[in-house]
Design a protein around this ligand. Structure first.
Ligand code: SF4
Ligand code: SF4
Length: 360
C-alpha cells in the first residue's frame, strides 16, 4: 500500500511532459518506463489493481532519486516520494532485483554498501570525542578515502580540532535509497544519532551530501536529535573567509558539478564556487548547473547497476565537455567515485577538498 502522499504525487501529473528530457536514467536507457511520469503511472495502476511484478519492481530501481524531475515539475510532482515507497513494496513482496538484494545484504552485514570491514581513511591521532565531529560517510571511508584525508588535512592546517568516529555507523541514507524509509532505516538513524550524541559534539560537519540531506530532513521528521549540521563545503568556505586557510592562486579553467542532494535537497550552491574563486579558478558553468544540475549517478546505484551508472557519469561528462574547461571538480565523495572512473581522454577530475588541500 502506498501512502496518501505518494498516491497524491503519483496522480498529480498534468501530462505536460516537461520532465521527459530531464531524467538522467531515461536519457541513457531511452526506455519510456524510465520517464518520471511513467513511474507515476505505474504507481497509479498499482493502486487500481495492477500487481507489481519483477519487471515493474526493477523499473522502480532504475532511478537515482536525484530530484531533477521534482525541480522542474509545475504540479510539484515528487517522484522520489513514491519511488522510495515502490522499493519498499518490491522488498516486502520479494520482487526486488537480485543485484539490489546483494547490496542490501552487504549493507546489513557490514553497515556499508561496499561490504568492507575496515575503514580505508587514515584516522591515526584523530580523537573520537570533541566539539566538532566530522561525519565522513561510507563512500569516503571505503571507496575514495583521499577525499576524507584531504578534508582532515585542511582542518589540521586551519588549526581546527575535529573528532571522527573510528567505527562510524551507517546513517541510513544508503538503506533508505535501497528500501525506502522503512523501520530498519529509522533504526539505523537512531543508532547513528546515539553515536553522535556520545561524541559530545556541538557541531556535525558532514562530508557526504547524501548523509547531510538525511540528517537535515528525515532525522528531524523521525525525532532523532542532532547537533548543528553543517556541510563540509560551507564549513571549509567559512575557514577560508575567516583567513584560517589561504589557498595559493592558480589560474585555471574549471567547471563545477553540483551534486544532486547538495544542490536540490540542501539548496547549497555558492560555498563550493567561492572556494574555487579563492583558489584563483576561472569557472565555466555547465548549462545545467545549481538546482538544474544533472546527476552523475550515486554510489548506491553504482553498486547495483554499475554499467548504467558508468553511462550516466559519462553523460554528465559530456555536459562538462561542452564548456571550455578541461578540469571538472565536484565536492561530494559519491560524485568523486562516479567521475574519477570515467574521465575522458584529455580531461581531468578533481575532488574539491583534494584540490584545496594541494593549494593550501
Ligand atoms: S513535469 Fe510534472 S506535470 Fe509535467 S509530465 Fe512531468 S510529472 Fe507530469
Ligand atoms: S528522481 Fe532523477 S532519476 Fe529518478 S525519475 Fe526523477 S529525474 Fe529520473
Amino acid at each position: 500500500m502506498y501512502s496518501e502522499k505518494a498516491k497524491k504525487n503519483a496522480d498529480a501529473c498534468r501530462f505536460c511532459w516537461m520532465c521527459r528530457h530531464l531524467c538522467p536514467v531515461q536519457l541513457v536507457t531511452g526506455k519510456e518506463t524510465n520517464t518520471p511520469r511513467a513511474k507515476g503511472l505505474q504507481v497509479s495502476m498499482e493502486e487500481r489493481g495492477f500487481q507489481m511484478d519483477a519487471a515493474a519492481a526493477k523499473t522502480m530501481y532504475e532511478c537515482l532519486l536525484c530530484g531533477s524531475c521534482t525541480n522542474d515539475c509545475v504540479t510539484g510532482f515528487e517522484p522520489p516520494v513514491f519511488i522510495r515507497e515502490g522499493r519498499s513494496q518490491a522488498i516486502v513482496n520479494d520482487l526486488a532485483p537480485d543485484c539490489v538484494l546483494r547490496v542490501v545484504e552487504k549493507e546489513q552485514k557490514t553497515g556499508n554498501i561496499y561490504g568492507e570491514e575496515k575503514c580505508k581513511v587514515n584516522l591515526q591521532g584523530v580523537p573520537e570525542k570533541g566539539d566538532t565531529l566530522v561525519w565522513l560517510g561510507a563512500t569516503a571511508r571505503y571507496s575514495v578515502p583521499e577525499t576524507a584525508e584531504a578534508l582532515l588535512s585542511l582542518f589540521k592546517k586551519a588549526g581546527v580540532n575535529v573528532a571522527v568516529l573510528a567505527n562510524e555507523p551507517a546513517s541510513g541514507s544508503a538503506l533508505g535509497d535501497l528500501m525506502g524509509f522503512v523501520e530498519d532505516v529509522r533504526t539505523e538513524a537512531k543508532k547513528a544519532g546515539e553515536a553522535i550524541a556520545a561524541s559530545g559534539a556541538k557541531k556535525l560537519v558532514v562530508l557526504d551530501s547524501y548523509d547531510a540531506a538525511l540528517f537535515r530532513h528525515e532525522y528531524k521528521d523521525w525525532g532523532v536529535e542532532l547537533p548543528e549540521v553543517v556541510t563540509a563545503t560551507t564549513f571549509v568556505d567559512e575557514l577560508v573567509k575567516a583567513g584560517k586557510l589561504t589557498p595559493k592562486q592558480e589560474k585555471q579553467m574549471v567547471t563545477y558539478h553540483d551534486g544532486s542532494r547538495l544542490a536540490r535537497d540542501l539548496d547549497e550552491h555558492q560555498p563550493a564556487r567561492d572556494l574555487l574563486a579563492a583558489m584563483g579558478c576561472e569557472l565555466h558553468e555547465m548549462f545545467l548547473n545549481r538546482r538544474l544540475s544533472r546527476c552523475c549517478g550515486s554510489a548506491v546505484f553504482g553498486q547495483y547497476m554499475p554499467e548504467l551508472r558508468t553511462q550516466i557519469a559519462q553523460n554528465r561528462w559530456k555536459d562538462a565537455q561542452r564548456t571550455e574547461a578541461k578540469l571538472l571538480v565536484a565536492a561530494c565523495p559519491q560524485s568523486t567515485e562516479a567521475f574519477s572512473s570515467t574521465v575522458p581522454d584529455g580531461y581531468q577530475y578533481m575532488d574539491l577538498f583534494v584540490m584545496l588541500n594541494k593549494q593550501c
